[in-house]
Ligand binder design. Structure first.
Ligand SMILES: NC(=O)c1ccc[n+]([C@@H]2O[C@H](COP(=O)([O-])OP(=O)(O)OC[C@H]3O[C@@H](n4cnc5c(N)ncnc54)[C@H](O)[C@@H]3O)[C@@H](O)[C@H]2O)c1
Length: 283
């Protein structure tokens, strides 16, 4: 029989904006208190105010393990429990390998991977002790299929899928559930804020390039609804959107076709770079 999903206390990281904010709203709508945790203190305060009395704000850098543990411990002590931990904060990195340097790798590893490890470790300790709880990690479609021209991103997101699905197996006997969210492209500020974007991008937005792969973006609300429905159904992996379902299934059932699609993406990105370089040279 399916256990009722009625969370009372949740923490969502990266909840000042985009998918995290929408997941926080979805959890509030289901009656949970939600701590809106984000590096952006003003954004977290604004989001919590908009979400109403069940929401509160916390300033948090997920890359800071001690700060993540302190927040999880404080929230648990205040409310006597922690039902849902959503490790969602993340950043976008784009560019071919030769365009990237140590900064890109270090930042992606610190936020997109260590950030999730920090949240998982802190929440798991509390949830194991209480014998219940659900951890949701936000990976990406780029965690299910190789995504060229964003290697640090796809590397960290694959790691988040591995971490989540392996921990799910360890955690089951402890009463703790673990799921991983893998959306296609979602219309959020992340698409306009590529970390230290290489010049070939022609600005820090990836919108024009990813539109070639997925002409219509998902909304954060659609994504959050699927995420929280996935939690209620205790899904291991929660792909969201047509592109995510299509490419993930293609990789599993027709690997040569998927590999050709991935090769096409890499070739297309390189061609766009070359065109941008020619345009710049002729100016
Ligand atoms: N937008 C997409 O197309 C898409 C697709 C798949 C997966 N994702 C993933 O979804 C998650 C949320 O992204 P989004 O699209 O909602 O982006 P967003 O930019 O709207 O939100 C990300 C939030 O994370 C916060 N953040 C960044 N670094 C942080 C840190 N060190 N500590 C705490 N908070 C931090 C930002 O301040 C921001 O509020 C990310 O993990 C992202 O990789 C996004």
């Amino acid at each position: 029989m399916r256990k009722a999903f009625e969370p009372k206390v949740s923490i969502v990281t990266g909840a000042a904006s985009g998918i995290g904010r929408a997941i926080a709203a979805e959890l509030v709508a289901r009656g949970s208190r939600v701590v809106v945790a984000d590096l952006d203190a003003d954004g977290a305060t604004r989001a919590a105010a908009e979400l109403g009395p069940l929401a509160s704000a916390a300033t948090l850098d997920v890359a800071d393990a001690a700060a993540v543990t302190a927040l999880v411990q404080r929230v648990t002590a205040e409310h006597g429990r922690l039902d849902v931990m959503v490790n969602n904060a993340g950043i976008a990195i784009g560019g071919l390998l030769e365009e990237l340097d140590e900064r890109h790798w270090d930042k992606a590893l610190a936020v997109n991977l260590r950030g999730v490890i920090n949240g998982v470790t802190a929440a798991y300790e509390v949830m194991r002790a209480q014998g219940s709880g659900h951890i949701l990690n936000t990976a990406s479609l780029a965690g299910l299929i190789p995504a060229p021209a964003m290697l640090p991103y796809t590397t960290t997101k694959h790691a988040v899928v591995g971490l989540s699905t392996a921990l799910r197996a360890e955690a089951a006997s402890q009463g703790v559930r673990v799921s991983v969210l893998c959306p296609g492209f979602v219309d959020t500020p992340l698409l306009d804020d590529v970390y230290a974007a290489p010049a070939s991008f022609g600005g820090s937005s990836v919108r024009a390039r990813v539109r070639l792969l997925q002409p219509r973006f998902l909304t954060p609300e659609q994504t959050a609804k699927r995420a929280v429905d996935g939690l209620a159904a205790n899904k291991a992996v929660i792909p969201v959107g047509f592109l995510a379902h299509l490419t993930w299934r293609t990789l599993r059932y027709a690997p040569p076709v998927a590999r050709a699609m991935i090769q096409g993406q890499a070739t297309g990105h390189r061609r766009l770079n070359e065109r941008a370089a020619r345009r710049a040279a002729s100016r």
